[in-house]
Design a protein around this ligand. Structure first.
Ligand code: ADP
Ligand code: MG
Length: 622
């Protein structure tokens, strides 16, 4: 039933203020789309009132592919053209197929490309294309139901998805004509659906038991931002295994032999699954199994027996959960909320055992099939701008790289752009000169190679570095960006522990178009930048060589003859001259010449210091 919306008296009635955004759970077995309407998030049904879209695509020689339950009907009759579980292949290369391939009965095209392509009646399809076909159906469903074009979508991905898998998901959305505002981790979405992001701080476990996979994620909520502390799982454990356990039990009871026909086994699994689902709301399930000779076996599966059958499987998930807790370095007691996701968490025994393990009632109020899509929809609603500005955004990424100035006006990037915040990265630096006791850290933002082409964010100086020879000091510089995008930079000399730092708000004052310009420049000038970097690097090296020789001459000049000394002096002078030019090859060549000319000098200095060290000492003490 659709309700007409009526605005508060005195408030704007402009209907198009609301921008259309959806959350999409692009699942291995099933996919869903959800949106926030009148402040309530819910999934959207198709015209048969089904909310769940099976993630199955059936390709035909001509015409649009079938997607969902229509496609699923062809799974047994035309398996090669009916693609399911495509998520397992997203972002994977041909070489990965061996690992995952056993469960995927498709024909793959021979190809030189690293992306696997499945042969279908409609031509070769990449995993990205198959996923796009699923997403297109969800997009159409949303636009038809809501009567407007989509402004954007949040798509969920497993927390363990790597960059390639995430990028493939984004590519699929793009291919489906969708604007992805953000990819959100599935467990995070589930926690958001329960409003746990409003709760301040704490550790949350998200237990996701689907049809074929199990995932456990330990999240830490800190100032409105979820950090994934650990994930663990089993890619071959889920409700399907419950079905198998029941089927095996039926075979024993009904004396069905192990080598029963393919059709018999399929029927058995279907009946086992129905019995399992019935037991979720009943104490017994009636079984009537058609045998190959056309007769029927009738029996009853009680809850007690069912529990015994599935207990070992549930125990496996508990062992995995324990490992996830250990990786996150927290105990079950410290977990403040347990969120249940996935169809198999409907099984009462699962809820009971998991509740026991964590010592608290798991959260089950929201439909475990819909919870991820609902959380994604809530996040999409915030991102698209339907919420007041002060509403906290969850995860975010930094728009431009952050780095610092090194010798020669060059930028060393510490945190690359698009890194999800909060983040902390550290890198070690050293001194340039002998006896150097201070170091200035100049923090910059941007993609270019030269400091002058980036944006300066701030500077500070670390003092009291103990005097050492150039290159011996270890200065650890840590960049940390918190959830609000606030950057703090800290420099610490490792032997003495002296440290210094600053805090900066990097995005402050930068508009989107400025960020865009900076990115465009970094591409336009890429070649020039490389040339400039080469030149600067050689200049820095030249300065270092000149500096080192001057110091050596001052200390040990007496080791050289008059003639040798003038030879070195004039070479150094030549280097100082070419250093100011812009031919990096010439500088490098001259540096090499100077180095050759001073090898003998360096050897004599070495001998001298060894003699010094040896004098007055017993050889055994060295
Ligand atoms: P996936 O995450 O792999 O896409 P789902 O989260 O959709 O899978 O979960 C599917 C599993 O949930 C199937 O094994 C299905 O039998 C099981 N399931 C669905 N409803 C029930 C129910 N009422 N009781 C028990 N199991 C159920
Ligand atoms: Mg799932």
């Amino acid at each position: 039933m659709a309700l007409l919306q009526i605005s508060e008296p005195g408030q704007s009635t402009k209907p198009h203020e609301h921008r259309l955004a959806v959350g999409i759970d692009l699942g291995t077995t099933n996919s869903l789309v959800a949106t926030v309407r009148s402040g309530v998030a819910d999934t959207l049904p198709d015209d048969k009132d089904d909310h769940i879209l099976p993630s199955v695509v059936h390709y035909l020689a001509d015409g649009e592919p079938l997607v969902g339950s229509e496609a699923k009907k062809h799974a047994t009759t035309d398996p090669l053209n009916t693609i399911s579980s495509i998520k397992r292949l997203m972002g994977r290369g041909v070489l990965d197929l061996k690992h995952i391939g056993t469960r995927l009965p498709y024909e793959f095209a021979e190809s030189d490309s690293s992306v696997p392509r499945i042969k279908t009646a409609a031509g070769e399809k990449s995993p990205v294309e198959v996923s796009a076909d699923i997403l297109r159906v969800l997009k159409d469903r949303a636009e038809r139901t809501l009567g407007d074009e989509l402004n954007g979508a949040v798509i969920t991905v497993p927390a363990y998805f790597d960059d390639a898998q995430r990028q493939a998901t984004k590519d699929a959305a793009k291919l489906a004509g969708m604007h992805v505002m953000r990819l959100l981790n599935e467990p995070t979405a589930a926690a958001v659906a329960y409003g746990l992001d409003q709760g301040g701080e704490g550790v949350i476990a998200v237990y996701d038991l689907g049809g074929g996979t199990f995932d456990i994620s330990i999240l830490r909520l800190n100032r409105g931002v979820f950090e994934v502390m650990s994930t663990a799982g089993d890619t071959a454990l889920g409700g399907d295994d419950f079905d198998h356990a029941i089927a095996k039990w039926i075979m024993q009871q009904a004396k069905i032999s192990d080598d029963a026909g393919h059709h018999q086994l399929r029927r058995l699994l279907r009946d086992a699954c129905a019995a399992k689902e019935a037991l979720t709301s009943a104490d017994t399930a009636e079984l009537k199994i058609e045998l190959e000779n056309g007769e029927y076996w009738e029996g009853v599966l009680s809850k007690e027996i069912f529990n015994q059958l599935v207990d070992p499987l549930i125990q496996k998930t508990i062992i995995t959960s324990r490992r996830a807790l250990r990786d996150a370095k927290v105990t079950a007691d410290e977990v403040e909320a347990v969120v249940m996701v996935g169809g198999s968490t409907r099984v009462p025994r699962v809820r009971e055992k998991i509740g026991e393990f964590f010592g608290k009632q798991p959260l089950v109020n929201i439909d475990p099939d819909k919870v991820v899509a609902i959380g994604a929809a809530i996040q999409a609603d915030v991102l698209v701008g339907n919420k007041p500005d002060d509403e906290l955004l969850l995860l975010d990424v930094i728009p431009l790289s952050l780095g610092l100035e090194t010798m020669g006006n060059l930028v060393e990037k510490i945190i690359p752009r698009n890194t999800t915040i909060p983040v902390a990265r550290a890198q070690d630096f050293t001194t340039f000169k002998d006896g150097q006791t201070a170091m200035t850290i100049h923090v910059v933002q941007g993609e270019r190679e030269l400091v002058s082409d980036c944006r300066s964010l701030g500077k500070f100086t670390l003092h009291e570095i103990p005097p050492m020879v150039a290159g011996a000091a270890r200065i650890r510089v840590t960049f940390q960006v918190d959830a609000d995008g606030l950057l703090s930079v800290m420099a610490r000399e490792e032997t003495t522990g002296v440290e210094s730092g600053i805090q900066i708000k990097p995005s402050y004052g930068l508009t989107d178009s400025e960020i865009e310009n900076m990115l465009r420049d970094s591409i336009t000038y890429a070649e020039e930048d490389v040339a400039a970097r080469n030149l600067r690097e050689q200049q820095v090296e030249a300065d270092r060589v000149i500096e080192a020789i001057q110091v050596a001459m001052q200390q040990d000049g007496q080791l050289l003859s008059e003639q040798e000394r003038t030879g070195i002096d004039s070479a150094v002078e030549r280097l100082a001259n070419v250093r100011n030019g812009n031919d990096h090859n010439l500088i490098k060549q001259t540096i090499d010449e100077v180095n050759n000319l001073t090898t003998e000098f360096a050897a004599r200095r070495m001998d001298q210091s060894i003699k010094k060290a040896l004098s007055g000492q017993n050889v055994n003490e060295i």
